[in-house]
Design a protein around this ligand. Structure first.
Ligand code: ZN
Length: 248
């Protein structure tokens, strides 16, 4: 398929024009005009790009791309090496940040909730990215931690009374620990996100609402995979997800 065709399809599907974000969403680096193979990954690190080029990628699709607000804009050091690798091999980079967290079907939050068997009730937080809902059956906090470890292949950090029954849940993938106060106000039993701050531990202890930090990378593996699979099936191109491990 044509690069331009893929670009307009993804931008429309993810509704990018309706998001205020900290980075540009969409085609960030332009490569060759025909696309037959897409490699997806969480972050456009040098290691992911190298692995993608080895797999003959025409385009790389990620959640964490480049050109973040506040960073040095100059193409020097790590940034030059990454972008030079893409341009030398004529490979495109597509990055979708908040639009990929939020998408009702292929988004990180929907995909994570689906894998954990959560039933979505509503959205909250900035631009309605975070989700609250319920568990399909009541479990203890300890059992929920075990489920997360099994699904994500990573042991989560669980703050709260392990015997506590969990019915209502709020979640947001990535570094969404600042939504914890809002989750507490909504009266959920647990809040799940990717990262945790020191103050969240005290807020969990004092509110009685449990906090689970399940990994930024681990919680954000699924949106980009679902999106890659979707375009591969729709347009008859090849897609592969490459997981470059990250302990955070
Ligand atoms: Zn993220």
């Amino acid at each position: 398929m044509r690069l331009k065709e893929l670009e307009s399809y993804l931008d429309l599907l993810l509704d990018v024009s309706h998001f205020r974000d900290y980075c540009p969403n969409g085609l960030q680096v332009e490569g060759r005009s025909e696309i037959g193979t897409i490699i997806s990954g969480v972050t456009a690190s040098f290691e992911l790009l190298q692995a993608a080029i080895e797999e003959n990628a025409d385009a790389v699709l990620v959640h964490h791309g480049y050109f973040w607000r506040g960073e040095n804009e100059c193409l020097i050091g790590m940034k030059r090496r990454r972008i030079a690798l893409l341009i030398t091999h004529d490979v495109s980079l597509f990055a979708y940040h908040l639009p990929l967290d939020a998408h009702p079907e292929m988004g990180n939050n929907s995909q994570l909730g689906h894998r954990l068997g959560f039933v979505e009730t509503d959205r909250f937080g900035e631009q309605n990215i975070a989700v609250h809902g319920s568990l399909s059956q009541v479990v203890t906090l300890r059992e929920l931690g075990v489920l997360l470890e099994r699904i994500l292949s990573r042991r989560p950090l669980v703050i709260g009374d392990e015997a506590k029954p969990i019915r209502r849940v709020a979640w947001c993938t990535g570094a969404a620990q600042d939504y914890f106060d809002e989750a507490i106000r909504m009266g959920v039993d647990v809040f799940i996100t990717g990262e945790i701050s020191e103050k969240n531990v005290h807020a969990a202890r004092e509110s009685g609402v449990a906090f689970i930090s399940a990994g930024h990378h681990a919680t954000e593996r699924y949106g980009v995979q679902a999106l890659g699979e979707h375009v591969a099936q729709k347009f008859g191109i090849t897609h592969q997800f490459i997981d470059v491990d990250n302990p955070v």
